[in-house]
Design a protein around this ligand. Structure first.
Ligand code: ASP
Length: 440
């Protein structure tokens, strides 16, 4: 069985939902994971924030505006009076729940419950649409099987067993529809897999049922070799290995949630990135194989803080790095890039919530310099040094001030750290050097 995930734009209009229906209605049994309609989760985040700061009037105004938008979509999507009525009733219940939240005292749980409403509504609406079109579909609640543990990792055995049960209870259905993103936490309360987490839902389900393939459908024709928001003429990459895709997703390729590849990698379940607006385009195929050597793609990750730790005590001493790492471990802050010299270590973090405490611990035995507003530019490929343009990489130093360079952590990645204000220029220059093979 295959697992197909469709993002917010795919369920964002009647036209797109019709495209999705045509894609999935091929006579094969499958699980379809859906995001919330595009823009909904952002609106729900705003609603939650307004409730949090007791801006009740604004929250209520936004809830009503969103409700009206849903009524319009339902009317355009469902001409069948019974299904139209049923769906409007369900959606009204969800909006009533949001209204009730404005009177409750705010908590993390309330916020999670608010954010869950988008996927609950999109799946209900889409399932009604499939019923109207005479398709044998069945709506599964992700809250009946999707669960994370106290470390926010998927509870794999629980998911596998519970999913098996819900699937067998509905085994006559041809198409199972379920929500991405939402789950229960270790205490059984509503939680989620973080923003963009529907991709992750799809691969967790894929691993749980040992799927033949997981397909992630978006509105772009696969993973591109550079960021199309900043660079012109980017091209889709046809094949990536799990390692390459994981690096790109982590280091900024917005098309995939960073953890998407993890669940399927062990069993070698292929992941295909496809375009709902152009279903016959090949997209990107992510497998355990390395196809082609050299640099395949460039991605950038913002909001990076660089920390330079300088100490005379590092000279020919052992145990220095251990001491440094232990501080980051204590404050549960993960390190992305690291470079060392005999007298200094530079490293980067993307979560600066505990920066102050980390710095005061480090200052007990070293001098610290902090640079904020940095971006990691990540070059990804296989046997990356073999790329015909790789030697030109250092030409970038002539044009941009590179704060750190890291290579060798794997054969798949070279990372450069630059000031964020230089990011776009760096991405464009690298594109020219590496993919257009600009002669200098
Ligand atoms: N709806 C959630 C979000 O916008 C999850 C997702 O779409 O993947 O982040």
């Amino acid at each position: 069985m295959k697992v197909l995930k469709f993002g917010g734009t795919s369920v964002g209009s009647v036209e797109n939902m019709t495209n999705v229906k045509n894609i999935i209605n091929d006579g094969n049994k499958k699980i379809v994971v859906l995001s919330a309609m595009s823009g909904t989760t952002n609106s729900l985040v705003d609603i939650a924030n307004n409730i949090k700061v007791s801006n009740t009037d604004k929250a209520l105004q936004d809830i009503n505006a969103l409700h009206e938008k849903y009524i319009l979509v339902i009317d355009a999507l469902l001409s069948d009076a019974t299904l139209n009525g049923l769906t409007k009733t369900y959606v009204a219940e969800r909006f009533n729940f949001l209204i009730e939240c404005t009177y409750k005292s705010f908590s993390q749980l309330i916020e999670n419950e608010i954010l869950a409403q988008g996927e609950l509504m999109s799946t209900f609406m889409f399932n009604s649409f499939l019923q109207q079109e005479g398709i044998n579909s069945c709506l599964l609640s992700a809250l009946d099987f999707m669960k994370i543990d106290a470390h926010k990792e998927p509870s794999f055995n629980y998911i596998q067993n519970n999913l098996q049960t819900v699937l067998s209870e509905a085994d006559t259905a041809e198409i199972y529809i379920t929500q991405g993103f939402i789950c229960l936490d270790d205490t059984g309360e509503v939680s989620n897999l973080q923003r963009g987490g529907s991709d992750y839902t799809a691969t967790i389900i894929g691993a749980a049922i040992k799927a033949e393939e997981v397909q992630i459908w978006t509105d772009i024709d696969g993973m591109h070799n550079n960021d199309p928001r900043f660079v012109e003429g980017t091209k889709p990459i046809s094949d990536l290995s799990f390692d390459e895709a994981a690096e790109l997703a982590y280091f900024g390729a917005k098309i995939l949630h960073p953890q998407t590849i993890l669940p399927v990698r062990k069993d070698g379940i292929p992941v295909r990135l496809k375009n709902t607006m152009d279903p016959i385009a090949k997209g990107t195929s992510i497998t355990g194989n390395h196809v082609e050597t050299g640099i395949k793609a460039i991605a950038a990750k913002d909001n990076i803080t660089a920390i330079k730790i300088k100490s005379g005590r590092m000279l020919q001493a052992h145990g220095f790095l251990k001491k440094v790492f232990e501080i980051f471990e204590t404050y549960e802050t993960s390190i992305d890039m690291i470079t060392t010299s005999e007298v200094a270590v530079s490293l980067t973090i993307d979560d600066d919530r505990n920066l102050e405490q980390i710095v005061s611990e480090l200052e007990k035995f070293s001098n610290i310099e902090i640079d904020t507003n940095q971006s990691i530019i990540c070059l990804v490929g296989h046997a990356i040094v073999d790329h015909e343009g790789t030697h030109k990489l250092f030409k970038i130093l002539k044009d941009v001030n590179i704060r750190m360079i890291s290579y060798g952590g794997s054969r798949n990645n070279i990372s450069l750290l630059v000031d964020t204000e230089n990011k776009i220029k760096t991405l464009q220059k690298l594109n020219g050097y590496l993919f257009e093979l600009v002669t200098l």
